[in-house]
Design a binder for this molecule. Sequence first.
Ligand code: SAH
Length: 427
Amino acid sequence: MTVGKVYLVGAGPGDPGLLTLKGRACLEKAEVVVYDRLVDARLLRYVPPDAELIYAGKAPGRHTLGQEAINALLVARARAGKVVVRLKGGDPFVFGRGGEEAEVLAAYGIPFEVVPGVTAAVAVPAYAGIPVTHRRFNDSLVIITGHEEPERQTRLSWDGLAPGAATLVFLMGRQNLAAICARLVARGWDAATPVAVIERGTTPEQRTVVGTLADIARRAAAAGVGHPAVIVVGKVVGLRPGLAWREEAPLFGRRIVVTRAAGQACGLAEALEASGAAVVEFPTIALVPPRDPRPLEAAVDRAGSYDWLIFTSANGVAMFCARLWARGWDGRALARARIAAIGAATARALRTWGLRADVVPQQYQAEGLLAALAGEELAGKRVLWPRAAVVRPVLATGLRARGAVVDEVVAYETVMPQTDGSSLRSL
Ligand code: SAH
């Protein structure tokens, strides 16, 4: 049997947008994914539905799978010929024990690749408005574990650092914050050196507490800062006022439920997230084809006979045009019809099918559409309106009042989606 391959992939620090393109390509071809606790569940969307997903845990002090078990799992799945993605928070080789996993794979002769990730050590300060290096303040950056194995306590590398020279970034140091600060001061660091503790950086729950070596432990405790957190020590922390772009975003700290149908929420969710909001997608409607498809099919069959096509939603466009194509036709079948769209999104949907809206009102409502058609001669004209099952009657009534012969056909229906409520559980 051929041996598979293991990809040690960095998932980035939290914000799912910080996954690399190469990391995403690995997830898309994965047959097995072994992922850590700090990995955002949304990244698992890229994984094929039939892939095996294995949660490896690793909350502090509560390992779901021990490191030995993880190593054994990677070897076993690869030997079974699988494409295995070992998805790790941040960068796999920065305090992620990725080095140990690679050693094991090498020892067993299993092919592997490393896909570096955006490390929390740099990205989390960046999202808090702290550049880890800056020409005015430092000439080096030291990334340090704040959670040393007991037998190494005496060899801590930072003891040898010239006080104040480097920016220090501690990972896994939240629990030892007070001890870290005391130790730096004991080694000659100025107690007034600025320190930031950033909890859950790059996520919508990001929180930053700023102080000095003298008081940050007290401040972080008072604010209840928990795990995971990055500690940044150095003058660069002082640059944060004015650079805290993320926390100053207009919707930062807001949690917003998007109720649009699945598959249609992305654009809105992305725009909200770009403004800093935490978005929970909870579709309260789903679109389905009409229960009785015959009226739509009949209307498509005689599509060429209409003077006007009226669309009041992107969904109506999609359902109608998909049916037109399924029939073996394209936009040429509509050559003599003029087209009205209720708004910009509907007009955009038409464009994807190579169709241009002749009329788009200023006001994206039935009343606006009627007003936009005011200058048209509609008496005796044949109008097709592929629409949702439930609509206000105002548009059809208005068109008929002007002498138009209106065919209203149901192009889609909206129903309650099937849900297990899992997307609301995080609220
Ligand atoms: N390989 C990872 C680090 C693993 S060690 C990387 O390159 O980022 C885990 C530590 O990383 C945590 O204890 C915490 O100090 C830090 N960390 C990871 N994600 C974080 C986040 N979103 N916010 C703050 N700290 C984070």
